[in-house]
Design a protein around this ligand. Structure first.
Ligand code: ADP
Length: 249
């Protein structure tokens, strides 16, 4: 079950100023907990206002809302790309706001992130794009190969391992992005408008891929403004409007 409140923290996660108590109240069944989180950018833009959100391990949540409502900012807080101005962000039992340097890097290895614009390296093959993170982490060639094969097979691109991104369709490029996100077997996937550049058929394929990962127990959070796509699935939906979160279904 996804728990959302806009006014006050849920009774499952009581806000206090005492860090020991915070630790005590951390809910181990939750993959994500945002508690009274606000984000104001340095230009004064209030991107998020008093967000309370809990996503349990193994859940699939759609985060919807118009452009500029704060969806990307919320995901960035979850993978530590931005810091909240106020409140606590707990992901996979780590207090993200307290992580710096190596600890933040290690934390990020356990988060799969998928972007709207794929963010592939143009002059690298599919296999190289997917394994780039593992290489940077010092995995052996054998271990990389062991992880690469199932990831590429899962997204249906094993036969295109040696192709370059420019020779792939948009849908295929996004599937490379998904393979890259899952190759480190993270317990959570965050996808920011992953279908934003795709036609309905490819969008549906991408969502089905996330559903498959979710059936393996991976927690999935997908931002989208595609209402049709959301209606086609039977997953909880949280809507964000002007930086405020409301329960939708
Ligand atoms: P969405 O993903 O729903 O389109 P964003 O999270 O990207 O929304 O943006 C929410 C608000 O924060 C917008 O008003 C946007 O202009 C602003 N914003 C986003 N990133 C920055 C930034 N780095 N600096 C200043 N304002 C930003």
């Amino acid at each position: 079950m996804v728990v959302l409140t806009t006014q006050k923290p849920t009774d499952k996660f009581v806000l206090t100023q005492n860090s020991e108590t915070k630790q005590h109240n951390r809910n181990i069944a939750a993959m994500v907990q945002l508690c009274s989180v606000s984000k104001t950018y340095t230009n004064g833009c209030h991107a998020l206002v008093n967000i309370n959100l809990e996503v349990k391990k193994g859940e699939f949540l759609f985060l919807t809302g118009p452009s500029g409502s704060g969806k990307s900012t919320l995901l960035k807080l979850l993978y530590g790309d931005e810091l909240p101005t106020q409140g606590d962000v707990i992901v996979n039992e780590s207090n993200v706001t307290a992580l710096r340097g190596d600890r933040l890097s290690f934390f990020r290895r356990r988060i799969g992130v998928v972007f709207q614009d794929y963010k592939l390296i143009p002059r690298r093959t599919v296999a190289e794009n997917v394994s780039v993170v593992l290489k940077a982490q010092g995995y052996t060639r054998k271990e990389i190969q062991r992880r690469l094969e199932p990831s590429l097979k899962l997204v249906g691109l094993y036969s295109k391992a040696d192709c370059f991104p420019e020779h792939l369709s948009g849908g295929e490029q996004q599937r490379v992005g998904i393979a890259r996100a899952i190759v480190g077997t993270p317990p959570i996937i965050l996808a920011d408008e992953p279908t934003g550049n795709l036609d309905p058929e490819n969008s549906w394929q991408v969502i089905q891929m996330f559903q498959k990962l979710n059936s393996f127990g991976v927690t999935v959070i997908v931002t989208t403004h595609d209402e049709q796509l959301v209606r086609r699935c039977n997953h909880p939906v949280a809507q964000i409007q002007d930086g405020r979160l409301s329960r939708k279904s």
